[in-house]
Ligand binder design. Structure first.
Ligand SMILES: [Zn+2]
Length: 278
């Protein structure tokens, strides 16, 4: 109960056949909502701060990391702090000192050889600091990276990539796509099963907001361990904020609308965690 490393949560989820929900933190209210949702569901969860979120906070990692870390420490749920979609090596180097137990290094924009070389260097440094590293294999096709619909991770290439880089978890392209606001993605569950069979580290699904509950459960049963959900919870948060502001054009106290957004997000997080526990 508190701030725990991702490694243990991944191992528990893999052993139990559950999905581990990972949610993006942009503001303090996101961290509070994830903690509240995890407590309500009685499940662990991951608080992830992306490089884009750090950029939003004027390039400063420390304030938002401190906020998320302290929310996790105060929670009765087991919560991991994870640095997500890092492309900047200096930011990767700041993870350990800011309380992160893991990071995702994303060199998927590079061609596969450059991806391997850059990822291996980050893994060596991160392992010296006791961090777990997730990476993404993205040079399989499609210039928008591994999450482009139609792009798929090849199992043989994934095995080779994990061995060549030493990564501890692998984000795979199996039909989901980032930032979808409708749940219309069609997952290749048969490919998930083949990847899980072949790849010796836990598999991660990005872009899960576009995937319906039944497909998420099927993906977890087939071998996905960590499930990243960003957009779906922001849809809930923003809808509640918009409704509150529309209801009362004279409203000015941010607590009144941010509080409604936080509550809606907590409910959505709890719902997602219950689905992943099934
Ligand atoms: Zn992602």
């Amino acid at each position: 109960m508190a701030l725990v490393p991702l490694a243990g949560l991944l191992a528990d989820a893999a052993a139990g056949g559950h999905g581990l929900g990972a949610f993006n933190v942009i503001c303090l209210e996101h961290a509070e909502a994830i903690a509240a949702g995890a407590e309500r569901a009685g499940r662990p969860a991951v608080l992830q701060i992306s490089q884009n979120a750090v950029r939003y906070h004027e390039g400063r990692l420390a304030p938002i990391a401190a906020a998320a870390r302290e929310v996790a420490r105060a929670s009765t749920a087991d919560l991991a702090l994870h640095l997500d979609h890092v492309e900047d090596r200096a930011l990767a180097g700041a993870a350990a000192g800011n309380g992160f137990g893991s990071l995702m290094f994303d060199a998927s924009r590079l061609d596969v050889d450059a991806n391997v070389a850059a990822t291996r260097e980050v893994v060596e440094q991160a392992h010296r600091e006791g961090l777990l590293v997730e990476a993404e294999l993205g040079a399989i096709g499609g210039k928008d990276g591994a999450h482009t619909p139609g792009v798929r991770t090849d199992p043989d290439e994934a095995v080779w990539f994990v061995e060549a880089t030493g990564v501890d978890a692998l984000a795979v392209a199996v039909g989901s796509s980032h930032a979808m606001t409708e749940r219309t993605a069609r997952l290749d569950v048969e490919l998930v099963a083949r990847l899980a069979q072949a790849v010796p580290v836990p598999l991660v699904l990005h872009g899960s907001s576009g995937v319906d509950d039944a497909s998420l459960v099927a993906a977890v049963r087939a071998g996905i361990v960590k499930v990243n959900i960003g957009t779906a919870v922001n849809v809930a948060l923003t809808a509640a904020v918009r409704a509150r502001l529309d209801d009362d054009p004279a409203l000015v106290d941010p607590r009144r609308y941010l509080g409604a957004g936080r509550e809606a997000m907590a409910a959505r997080v709890a719902e997602a965690l219950k689905v992943l526990a099934a």
